[in-house]
Design a protein around this ligand. Structure first.
Ligand SMILES: Nc1ncnc2c1ncn2[C@@H]1O[C@H](COP(=O)(O)OP(=O)(O)OP(=O)(O)O)[C@@H](O)[C@H]1O
Ligand SMILES: [Mg+2]
Length: 378
C-alpha cells in the first residue's frame, strides 16, 4: 500500500482510516490510540535529517545549515508490546509503508540476527572490533529499522546486542519493534538474564513503550470463521489454504530458518507466526520430534497441504504425522489443513491404527471453537 496523501494528509493514520473505511479491518480503540503515536513518530521522521555516516556526523548539515537543531536529533522509536493478535504487526507495517524514506528496512528480528551473525563472521578476519563497521554498514542501508517479533533466544547474544544497538543509536538509527514481551521481561527468569540488562537499558532509552491493550484477538476471530479441515485436497482446498495464509499473515510468505539442536530447519513459507508446509515436507522427510517442537514453539498457526490416506506400508510417514499432531496439539498450535479424508478415515486399519485413533480425535478437537480460542503455548 502506498503512502499517497489522503485529503492532503499522509502517514499511518490516514492509511489506517482508509482500511477501516474499506471494511478491511474493524474499529479497535487500542489500535486507534496506537496509530496516533505512530503518526507522531511519522511526523517527526518527515523532518528528521538522518546522519549519512558513522558517529552521527551530519554530512548534510554543512550543505543545509538552515536545518533546525531539532531535526538533527533522532526521535525516540516505539516498542509495540501486547498480547497476540492485537494488530501490532499490522500497525507497524502500515507505519513502515507510509514512511517516505528510501533507507528503511522491515525485518523479522530472528532474520536480522541471522544476518548480523553472518556479517560479523565475515568481518571478523578484517577488523579487530567488527561492531563499529557493521553499524556503519547497517546505517548506510537503513535509517529506520522495523523489527517484527523482537524476542531474545540466545544468551550468547547479550554482549553483541548491547554494543550493536548502542552503536546504531549513536549513529542516529530509529527503531520500531513489535513484541509479546515487555523490555524488562526479555529473557526473564532464564539463566544469564543479567547479561541483557545493558541491552534492555539502551532499548528503553531509545524506544518509547507503546502498550497495545486491545481485548480482541483478531487473528483468532479470523480463524474461527475459517474452514479448518478441507477435504479433498484438491485445487479448491489449496485455494482455501492460500486465502487462510493471506488472511492470517499480512506479510508475504518468506523463507525462515530455525535452529534445531545445531541443525537448520528450513521453513519455505512463513510470515507473521504462520508457517505452511506440505505433508511430504513434514512427514516424508527424516524429521523428528525436535523439529516439530521447534515449529510448534515458533508458529502459533500451521497450514498443512495434502495429508494423504495413510497405511501400514507407509508407516514411517504415519508415525511422524502422529508425533507432529501430538506436539502441535500440546502447544495449542492452530492447524488448517487439506486432506484426502476426514480424520477418522485417514488411517482406518493396519499396524498403528489404534494409535491413530487418538490423533484423529485430536484433529477433530483442533477444529472446535473451544480449541481455536486457546492461547498458543510456547
Ligand atoms: N482491527 C482489526 N480488524 C480486523 N482484523 C484485524 C484488525 N487488526 C488486526 N487484524 C488482523 O488480525 C491478524 C493479527 O494481527 P497482527 O498479526 O498484526 O497481530 P500481532 O499483534 O502482531 O500478533 P502477534 O503478537 O501474534 O504477532 C492479522 O491478520 C490482522 O490483519
Ligand atoms: Mg505480530
Amino acid at each position: 500500500m502506498d503512502a499517497l496523501p489522503v485529503n492532503g494528509a499522509a502517514g499511518p493514520l490516514p492509511l489506517y482510516r482508509a482500511r477501516l473505511a474499506g471494511g478491511d479491518i474493524l474499529p479497535d480503540p487500542a489500535q486507534a490510540l496506537a496509530v496516533e503515536r505512530l503518526q507522531d513518530l511519522w511526523r517527526r521522521l518527515t523532518t528528521y535529517e538522518p546522519p549519512t555516516s558513522g558517529n552521527g556526523h551530519h554530512f548534510l548539515a554543512r550543505l543545509w545549515p538552515r536545518r533546525s537543531a531539532e531535526d538533527m536529533v533522532a526521535p525516540n522509536g516505539l516498542y509495540l508490546v501486547g498480547e497476540v493478535g492485537r494488530g501490532k504487526s499490522m500497525l507497524m507495517d502500515l507505519f513502515f509503508s507510509s514512511v517516505p524514506l528510501a533507507r528503511k528496512r522491515r525485518v523479522h528480528f530472528d532474520r536480522f540476527m541471522q544476518d548480523v551473525h553472518a556479517r560479523l563472521h565475515a568481518a571478523a578476519a578484517l577488523h579487530q572490533d567488527p561492531i563499529p563497521p557493521l553499524a556503519d554498514a547497517l546505517l548506510t542501508e537503513a535509517v529506520l529499522l522495523c523489527f517484527d517479533e523482537l524476542e531474545i533466544g540466545d544468551v550468547a547474544d547479550a554482549l553483541l546486542l548491547g554494543r550493536l544497538f548502542e552503536a546504531l543509536f549513536a549513529r542516529g538509527v530509529i527503531m520500531v519493534a513489535t513484541s509479546n514481551t515487555f523490555p524488562d521481561d526479555l529473557f526473564k527468569d532464564r539463566p544469564g538474564h543479567d547479561a541483557f540488562l545493558p541491552f534492555i537499558a539502551v532499548l528503553k532509552r531509545h524506544l518509547d513503550l507503546l502498550v497495545i491493550e486491545g481485548v480482541r484477538d483478531w487473528r483468532r476471530e479470523r480463524l474461527a470463521r475459517m474452514s479448518i479441515w478441507n477435504v479433498p485436497a484438491d485445487r479448491r482446498a489449496r485455494g482455501v489454504l492460500d486465502a487462510a495464509f493471506a488472511e492470517l499473515a499480512d506479510a508475504r510468505p518468506a523463507t525462515r530458518t530455525l535452529e534445531v539442536m545445531g541443525r537448520r530447519l528450513i521453513v519455505r513459507q512463513a510470515a507473521d507466526g504462520v508457517a505452511r508446509f506440505s505433508f511430504s515436507e513434514l512427514c516424508e522427510q527424516p524429521l523428528g520430534p525436535g523439529d516439530y517442537l521447534a515449529l510448534a514453539v515458533h508458529f502459533p498457526t500451521v497450514l498443512l497441504d495434502a495429508v494423504p490416506r495413510l497405511d501400514a506400508e507407509h508407516f514411517d510417514a504415519a508415525r511422524r504425522f502422529i508425533t507432529l499432531i501430538d506436539i502441535l496439539y500440546d502447544h495449542r498450535v492452530k492447524l488448517v489443513a487439506s486432506a484426502a479424508a476426514q480424520p477418522d478415515a485417514l488411517y482406518p486399519e493396519g499396524e498403528g491404527a489404534a494409535a491413530f485413533r487418538r490423533t484423529a480425535s485430536r484433529l477433530i478437537e483442533m477444529q472446535t471453537p473451544e480449541y481455536l480460542a486457546l492461547p498458543h503455548l510456547t
